[in-house]
Design a protein around this ligand. Structure first.
Ligand SMILES: O=C(O)C(=O)C[C@]1(C(=O)O)C=C[C@@H](O)C=C1
Length: 360
């Protein structure tokens, strides 16, 4: 699969002057609930009304969605509000039913994207459809698996394609429900700049009061749109109650979000930008030179350890370095998270160098 300008045609054809907005409840609960939310979203920036009807839940016995009945409610939303509608599909039977009910856009969830077998089954069922199909990232931060899933759908003749970034599972406790790992989204855009990329702040944050900040970060990183779970009574929603916002809050978020331009043609801006970029280029070269010097010293240590048969890993020394660098970093406005990530990478490179020498 190669990047291709046509991949974003379905989005460009909407001619929006704002990011694409997909909103609606996590789950369709009742016909009244679906229609009430849809009417509240009707005259807003929302282009696609969403509602989950087949819900993949972590444990059995939880509310697993109303099933095919919900497709009729989505059809009613279309008739009554004129909004396009969308839902998640997780197997060939879902695809068949969704297409039969003329659902306008389908998405594939993170728990499906992890499985090449289920992705192939869904791809085969979608063959040749002109409905846009959006593929959520797999639960684990694996860009190749995400792209592989998209490729399966694309290869079955689905031209109108897109991706949803919903964050990634992690064992570590973080402030997110699913950590965004923004680097992965950036890499995605570098490889496929024309596949529309939609951010899902609801699943990334798991908390409604963080949705604004994550949505803004997504727009700052050139995302094409947002999918935000919306319910008139979030606290009493049948699923994901903590992360849904009311239609009023959604409208306010859309007003408050700053939409960034790709660049500016103003001369002053470009002059200053170029000066600052030149500074960055100089510093980047210095960093590389210094890292090279650091590795030369590590090579020396490796050679020395080889003569005395001493282990490469020296945890006491390593912890001293980390502790000192975190404090030093703080004094230079560098976050602990960054310092830890950076020095762990430096340490690993040093170990790799020494391994070569000691076992060479
Ligand atoms: O000080 C050492 O013994 C080293 O091998 C250097 C170094 C480092 O790169 O800073 C690398 C490996 C050890 O775990 C500790 C520190």
């Amino acid at each position: 699969m190669e990047n291709n300008k046509e991949m974003r045609a379905w989005l460009d054809d909407l001619n929006l002057n704002h990011p694409l907005v997909i909103a609606g409840p996590c789950s369709a609960e009742t016909e009244e609930q679906v229609l009430k939310i849809a009417h509240e979203l009707k005259d807003t920036d929302v282009s696609y009304f969403r509602a989950g009807i087949w819900k993949p839940r972590t444990r059995p016995g939880m509310f697993e969605g109303v099933g095919a009945l919900g497709l009729k409610w989505l059809q009613k939303v279309k008739e009554e509000t004129g909004m396009k509608v969308c839902t998640e599909v997780a197997n060939a039977a879902h695809v068949k039913l969704a297409l039969e009910h003329d659902i306008d856009l389908l998405w594939i969830g993170a728990r499906s994207t992890v499985s090449p077998f289920i992705m192939q089954e869904i791809a085969d069922a979608l063959e040749g459809t002109d409905k846009p199909v959006l593929i959520k990232n797999p639960v684990n931060p694996d860009l190749a698996l995400w792209l592989g899933g998209i490729e399966r759908i694309y290869k079955s003749g689905v031209q109108n394609i897109g991706a949803i970034h919903r964050g990634f599972s992690t064992y570590a406790k973080t402030k997110f429900r699913n950590t965004p790992e923004w680097q992965l989204a950036i890499e995605f855009q570098n490889k496929f700049p024309d596949i529309p990329l939609i951010n899902d702040p609801s699943h990334i944050t798991g908390k409604r009061d963080m949705i604004m900040e994550v949505s803004q970060e997504a727009l700052d990183l050139n995302f094409d749109g947002l999918m935000i779970e919306t319910h008139y009574d979030p606290e009493n929603a049948w699923s994901d109650a903590a992360q849904q916002v009311t239609p009023e809050t959604l409208v306010q978020i859309m007003v408050d979000l700053k939409i960034r331009k790709e660049g500016s043609s103003e001369e002053d801006y470009n002059k200053t930008l170029n000066t600052l970029r030149a500074q960055i280029d100089v510093v980047d070269n210095q960093i590389i030179e210094l890292l090279g010097k650091r590795m030369e010293a590590a090579d020396g240590i490796g050679a020395l350890k080889k003569t005395k048969n001493v282990a490469v890993l020296q945890n006491k020394r390593w912890n001293e370095i980390l502790g000192k660098m975190v404090i030093e970093g703080e004094q230079h406005g560098l976050s602990e998270e960054f310092i830890l990530r950076m020095f762990k990478a430096v340490h690993q490179e040093s170990i790799n160098h020494q391994e070569k020498i000691i076992n060479g």
